[in-house]
Design a protein around this ligand. Structure first.
Ligand code: KIV
Length: 262
């Protein structure tokens, strides 16, 4: 997979599948799956470190997780999230951040929004950095929204998001994540853009879909957003396995003779 395959998939009408990943073990498993591409999301701050938002995903943390995934992901295409504000401090700071993420193993970077930093995106893409956009609900702006809310419900908001999508494409983005927007708006943007749209909570008409790996594996037992489908009950499976191990240790049935050295 490469940036050109993203565009080819759209022209050929092939859907794209993406999930997040933050560590080597899961990256090894993903490398053996048919998933098209992996996002080292800034959601690492929440999923792996227990923070309440993605704002805590600093560059050092993103580099660390990107490098771990890159060691296990084989030939998979890797996109790494640019940290909050790292693309709002001018072209030079953005290039430096993207450089570090790509040196850690990313093939492309993702950043949220476009207004006020379309020139930065243009400079990045002209410098050979593939950029994936992210519109609709932008989790790094959670405090500006006053919570995680569906975006683009009003006609005015929907027009704004469509305008931003056009601007992103014009700035050179090779794909755009659409998060938590109504189905009809995602459909309109997908039909209008030449670059692929990757949806999360944006309905079935996007060119591809992305989910947080731990969510789609059923590992988040505390909270399940409406748009998540759990394709496995891994969380329950882990708890069951731990309880079986606990019982085996306490009953003395583990380790057996076969599991011991003479
Ligand atoms: O960081 C992340 O997990 C993301 C996805 C929600 C697209 O940006």
């Amino acid at each position: 997979m490469s940036v050109t395959d993203f565009l080819r998939a759209k022209t050929e009408g092939r859907k794209l599948s993406m999930v997040t990943c933050y560590d080597y073990t899961f990256a090894r498993l993903l490398s053996q799956s048919a998933i098209d591409a992996i996002l080292i999301g800034d959601s690492a701050a929440m999923v792996m470190h227990g923070h309440s938002s993605t704002i805590n995903a600093e560059l050092e943390l993103m580099r660390y997780h990107t490098a771990a995934v890159a060691r296990g992901a084989g030939e998979k295409f890797l996109v790494a999230d640019m940290p909050f504000l790292s693309f709002r401090k001018g072209v030079s700071a953005a290039l430096d951040t993207a450089h570090q993420l790509m040196r850690a193993g990313a093939h492309a970077v993702k950043l949220e929004g476009v207004d006020g930093h379309d020139d930065v995106i243009e400079a990045m893409t002209q410098s050979g950095i593939p950029v994936m956009g992210h519109l609709g609900l932008q989790p790094q702006s959670v405090h500006a929204y006053g919570g995680y809310k569906v975006q683009g419900r009003s006609e005015e908001q929907a027009k704004e998001i469509l305008r931003q999508a056009r601007l992103l494409q014009h700035a050179g983005a090779f794909a755009v994540v659409l998060e938590c927007i109504p189905v009809c708006l995602a459909k309109e943007i997908t039909q209008e853009l030449a670059i692929p749209t990757i949806g999360i909570g944006a309905g079935p008409h996007c060119d591809g879909q992305i989910l947080v790996l731990q969510d789609m594996l059923g590992m988040n037992l505390d909270f399940q957003p409406k748009f998540v489908r759990t394709f496995s009950q891994t969380g329950r499976g882990v708890i069951d396995a731990l309880d079986q191990y606990n019982t085996a240790v306490k009953q003395g049935s583990f380790p057996s003779r076969e599991e011991s050295y003479n």
